[in-house]
Design a protein around this ligand. Structure first.
Ligand code: MG
Length: 355
């Protein structure tokens, strides 16, 4: 469990009026502990009800950024720091950030566990300090081959962060074109069981077949258990109405979706911005109340990168340092209607706009 009790902006410290007699010490301590338990979580707990992700029991959706692969030497790892996270919160109004922890590729977790895990924790701690949700993503196309390693990793994450409402577990980024029922679902169930033995409630997101497009397939045989959502990825230069139709089928079948990656460019991560199709997706996500994270917070010279090469790794980017897709992503994220609902029990809960 992370015990960083950061300065809180929304929770005035309570005033205890009762006298400090010895007999009241236990009650006082209990009240302080109860309040500390709430104040640790400066965002509302996420849950799933039907095909909706709820925040503090209310329909809400959030927009933010996915970092690039965390792997040593790939270039995107330099953005895994508190400066970047704080800038995304203050300047982009991002409410969620995703750590894409590379697993089996070169320089990833299997080869360089300590370095990759340290990056993950740096970003998670920064997100918590900035009152943002944070997705811990097991970023691989072959997670079923690394099930025991995934369980060990997510058990540690659950022990460290399971009491923080900010944290979301994403147990499989993008399966390839493999069987949901025979391969992905059993893998996910095993990892979910391990997480749930430690953390009974935080949101868990599960990747779906075919690069997290076949949410309709998953919706016909969903995983049993509480607070589980399913990954939908789209790249507007490649994916249009046919994929929104699959998403609508999944929603109709009653599963909740979370777009943990989207791009305004092609599915390769490169190519031109597809403006009209991107806005069609934005309209769809708004209408359905689906949260999302843009791929990717990086300066690699390819279409999906939001930054031009050489931009600071610590935030503070000028408009001229955003790429065309970066400027569009910032416009969409900073204008997203989702509200952060104050944590239940500490102050009044406002209802976010119905989307
Ligand atoms: Mg929990």
């Amino acid at each position: 469990m992370n015990l960083v009790i950061h300065p809180t902006k929304r929770f005035p410290m309570p005033v205890f009026a009762f006298p400090f007699r010895r007999t009241s010490t236990a009650l006082f301590s209990a009240l302080m502990l109860a309040h500390a338990g709430g104040a640790l979580a400066d965002v509302s707990p996420l849950s799933v009800s039907g095909n909706k992700v709820l925040a503090g029991g209310q329909t809400a959706s959030f927009a933010g950024n996915s970092l690039f692969w965390s792997n040593n030497g790939w270039g995107g790892e330099k953005f895994y720091n508190a400066g970047t996270v704080g800038w995304l919160k203050s300047d982009w109004k991002s409410k969620v950030v995703r750590v894409a922890m590379g697993v089996d590729e070169g320089g990833g977790y299997l080869q360089e566990a300590a370095a990759n895990k340290a990056r993950v924790k740096t970003v998670v701690d920064a997100a918590i300090a900035n009152d943002m949700y944070v997705i811990i993503d097991w970023h691989t196309h072959h997670a079923e081959n690394y099930r025991s390693q995934a369980i060990t990793f997510f058990e540690e994450m659950a022990r460290t962060y399971g009491k923080s409402n900010h944290v979301i577990y994403e147990v499989y980024n993008e399966p390839l074109n493999i069987s949901w029922s025979d391969t992905i679902k059993p893998y996910a169930q095993a990892v979910i069981n391990a997480i749930r033995a430690i953390d009974p409630d935080n949101l868990i997101i599960v990747g779906t077949p075919n690069w997290s497009q076949d949410v309709d397939v998953a919706s016909r045989a969903p995983i049993s258990g509480a607070n589980i959502a399913y990954t939908l990825h789209f790249y507007a230069g490649t994916h249009g109405q046919f994929l929104r139709d699959k998403a609508q089928t999944a929603l109709n079948n009653g599963i909740a979706l979370f777009v943990t990656e989207w791009g305004s460019v092609g599915a390769s991560g490169d190519g031109d911005v597809a403006d009209a199709e991107t806005w069609a997706w934005v309209d769809f996500m708004k209408a359905k109340g689906i949260s999302h994270a843009n791929w990717a917070l990086n300066d690699k010279p390819e279409g999906a990168s939001v930054l031009v090469q050489g931009a600071s790794a610590q935030g503070g980017w000028s408009a001229g340092q955003l790429t065309r897709s970066g400027a569009l992503a910032k416009q969409i994220i900073s204008g997203w209607p989702g509200a952060t609902v104050p944590a239940a029990g500490c102050t009044s809960v406002s209802t976010p706009p119905e989307t």
